[in-house]
Ligand binder design. Sequence first.
Ligand code: SF4
Length: 170
Amino acid sequence: MNNLIKISGIITESIVDGPGIRYVVFFQGCHHNCPGCQNIHSHNCDGGYFKNIDEIIDEINYNKLITGVTISGGEPFLQPDKLFILLTKIKCIFKFSIIVYTGYIFEDLLKINSYYIKKSLNIIDFIIDGRFEVDKKTFLFPFIGSWNQRIINVKNTFKSGVISLEILNK
Ligand code: SF4
């Protein structure tokens, strides 16, 4: 397996994709087709460009201001093997909190029969789940686009067996 992820872009210092100053990787490719999506350029699986995971790790390491990492898209779980490698390296090297956005409902993610998705879920701290629904658009809560989306504390959820919702402050 090579170390290349298909991405649509990177923001090296974001304050809108989770608490603190976060390095954000936008994966390329999404099949959810949410009306009103602001990342339409990230939908086409043939679009975007390849970036080496080790290059991402080097960039994170170089910037001492970064306090966390967010994976967005696109749909990150469409490249589960690459997602797993990236998450593993981030967690091993930096111990940063990791947020992953997905258009899947968390419960549906659990049903997907994929080794790498299951392994990735064991690394992720918070998942922000669900498609963007334009009629539920909200600016009231930080880090979500529409009020159907949930911020899920993944570790607490696995520990308790029930969905553990989280409010993340800026
Ligand atoms: S899941 Fe995200 S990237 Fe995909 S269409 Fe919906 S809002 Fe856009």
